[in-house]
Design a protein around this ligand. Structure first.
Ligand code: DX5
Ligand code: ZN
Length: 224
């Protein structure tokens, strides 16, 4: 894909005014809104769920990318889809029948993604790659915003690209999530990432709009 997309994660925003937090990044040029759903079981944190997403759906037309960090995501995907999400990713080890779930998500007209924790190897995608729309590579351990980027996860990118070539799925999008900031985004972008999630580097910046603009500029800047 030629167009790279920036997906601010509202997890780092002020939860007392999430609607405004979305409008700020939308006005600054955000492409997607990344919604981190945590259940306190798959990860040690609890965040937002269906009613919040349903309310937020009213404030923007931007696509919603829900990152489900919950066990048994199959129990809730229909509710999230009804709430208006456009992309849904879940973790392979959170469910038993990943293929069934991917097919179900796609049958509802929603993009289906698989999220990999830092410790999950790319080869776990070997069979499911034929069916998915995107891979979400976690570059921190899921659970919290504001963690430090783990550079070793970048070793997965060439492996994933190779798998995509071998399986004829070069159309699968690659999303990276965790610890993305103004200092590392250009270098990472060069490796061929399509979607960048950024939480604290936007919402904890003194000027959030400027942070969005700078990240987008750097994400699109091809290094020599
Ligand atoms: C972590 C979440 C991330 C997080 C990113 O579990 O999946 O989306 O919000 O936040 P930063 O960019 O601050 O690492
Ligand atoms: Zn996320």
């Amino acid at each position: 894909m030629n167009t790279k997309l920036l997906a601010p994660s509202i997890l780092a925003g002020d939860f007392s005014k999430l609607g405004e937090e979305i409008k700020i990044v939308e006005e600054a040029g955000a492409d997607i809104i990344h919604l981190d759903v945590m259940d306190g079981r798959y990860v040690p944190n609890i965040t937002i769920g269906v009613p919040v997403i349903k309310s937020l759906r009213k404030v923007t037309q931007l696509p919603f990318d829900a990152h489900l960090m919950i066990v048994e995501p199959e129990r809730y995907v229909d509710d999230f889809i009804q709430a208006g999400v456009n992309m849904l990713s879940f973790h392979l080890d959170a469910t038993i029948h990943a293929h069934r779930l991917v097919e179900h998500i796609k049958s509802k007209g929603v993009k289906a993604g698989i999220a990999l924790n830092p410790s999950n190897p790319v080869n776990t995608l070997e069979e499911i790659i034929y069916f998915i729309d995107y891979v979400l590579i976690m570059s921190v351990n899921p659970g919290f915003s504001g963690q430090k980027f783990i550079p070793e996860v970048l070793n997965k990118i060439p492996k994933l690209k190779k798998l995509m070539e071998e399986t004829g799925r070069t159309d699968v999008l690659i999303e990276i999530d965790g610890g993305i900031n103004q200092d590392n985004i250009a270098q990472i972008s060069k490796m061929g990432i399509d979607i960048f999630v950024a939480g604290s580097s936007i919402y904890r910046a003194s000027d959030k709009k400027q942070a969005v603009k700078t990240l987008k500029e750097k994400m699109n800047q091809l290094l020599v």
